[in-house]
Design a protein around this ligand. Structure first.
Ligand SMILES: Cc1ncc(COP(=O)(O)O)c(C=O)c1O
Length: 374
């Protein structure tokens, strides 16, 4: 029996994918990001569900994820959007329908040495200053790609910096202009890539002109909004898309005990019981992804009661004040993230309490905790 587990709602995952299909139409390639263990939701299970329900491509960060998917029998084309070391290029080429994002001239030079065909997507620097090729470097890439008979320039891409952080999308629109300039440069030289892509979840929802013919939605597939601002902007623009959270993280009560007023709870004695009361010990901790910043701040749900986390989060345990929950029993189910009864602990709430974003909340849940698709 596991000490904690993550339940994945198949129907919510399918609902979200179909919601994006409804938004972008049939002519746009839906390429959900399943990197980082599908944002913590389980790489292979999520990819299989997406494959059966209308995804056209999958985006991963690295070669090992593509290998896992192929080993599991997933057949969709895969785009590796992170870094592929030069020493891994042969393995990429040997996998069927695995393509890479390219932004170093050395990568193209090394790919050229192989005989086997490889499809690449050129990443353009438009203002994020993460990966990408500057506009004035594009001619050098064009020359080299044209001289390599085994390299197909299948796509051109970029990534937005702050669409989800702003109500005003001026910077994203500037990036879009830069991207269009890059596409023009490639077309002018007779190297028009078939796929053009820059849209993450926020851009897919808010900027129809950024969808081109390929979108790389991530967080939205898991039923979460990139930010409050994105949700509000979409409401204001009357864009209709409903996202349903996919994940519920659960554990069970490992001990219940009465403690006296003034008792000090946990490492560092950071919590003092304000009255005679009752605590529950729960068998999860920061090793599992319930971060230490939630010490004396987080909440859990037990039998529909919202119970505060008291004392410091330990490596493998936390304590909750359950004084008001008179009906609690040993091994009762505890919701750490998700709904129980009428209450819900959202990834956004947990993120705010631990000074981060919903993306990190689900992604940081330890990979060894089972994901159970239901
Ligand atoms: C290059 C790239 N494309 C797409 C995405 C998906 O973004 P989101 O989860 O905001 O939809 C990410 C996520 O970090 C990314 O790095």
């Amino acid at each position: 029996m596991e000490l904690s587990w993550v339940e994945i709602s198949r129907s919510a995952l399918v609902h979200n994918l179909k919601a994006f299909r409804g938004l972008v139409g049939d002519d746009v390639v839906l390429a959900p990001a399943v990197k980082a263990n599908a944002y913590g939701h389980g790489l292979v299970d999520c990819a299989e569900i997406m494959e059966k329900n209308g995804a056209d491509y999958l985006c991963v960060n690295a070669l090992f994820e593509a290998q896992k998917l192929r080993k599991a029998g997933v057949r969709l084309p895969i785009l590796i959007i992170g870094y592929t070391p030069l020493s891994d290029l042969k393995e990429v080429i040997d996998l069927k329908d695995v393509e890479i994002v390219v932004y170093n001239i050395e990568t193209v030079k090394n790919l050229k040495k192989f005989e086997k065909k490889v499809s690449i997507h050129l990443k353009i620097e438009t203002g994020n200053h993460r990966q990408g090729v500057e506009l004035d470097q594009i001619p050098e890439f064009i020359r080299l790609i044209k001289s390599a008979s085994n390299i197909e320039l299948k796509g051109v891409s970029t990534h937005f910096s702050n669409l989800e952080d702003r109500i005003n999308h001026q910077y994203a629109l500037y990036q879009l202009k830069q991207f269009e300039k890059a596409i023009h440069l490639l077309e002018k030289d007779g190297l028009a890539p078939h796929y053009r892509h820059c849209a993450n979840t926020a851009a897919t929802i808010l900027l129809p002109e950024a969808r081109f013919n390929f979108v790389r939605t991530g967080i939205g597939n898991y039923g979460l909004w990139p930010s409050d601002k994105t949700m509000k902007a979409s409401d204001r623009a009357n864009i209709k898309i409903e996202l349903k959270p996919v994940m519920t993280w659960k554990t069970k009560v490992a001990q219940i005990k009465e403690i006296k007023k003034g008792s000090l709870v946990g490492y560092g004695c950071t919590y003092e019981m304000p009255q005679d009361g009752k605590i529950a010990v729960l068998p999860i901790g920061y090793y599992d992804g319930f971060v230490r910043l939630l010490s004396n701040k987080g909440f859990v749900l037990i039998r529909g009661h919202r119970c505060p986390v008291i004392g410091r989060v330990c490596m493998n345990m936390i304590m909750a004040d359950v004084t008001h929950a008179t009906d609690i029993k040993l091994e009762d189910e505890v919701v750490l993230l998700g709904k129980q009864g009428k209450d819900e602990i959202t990834a956004e709430e947990m993120g705010e309490l631990s000074q981060t974003i919903n993306y990190e909340v689900t992604t940081r849940i330890n990979e060894r905790i089972p994901r159970l698709v239901q």
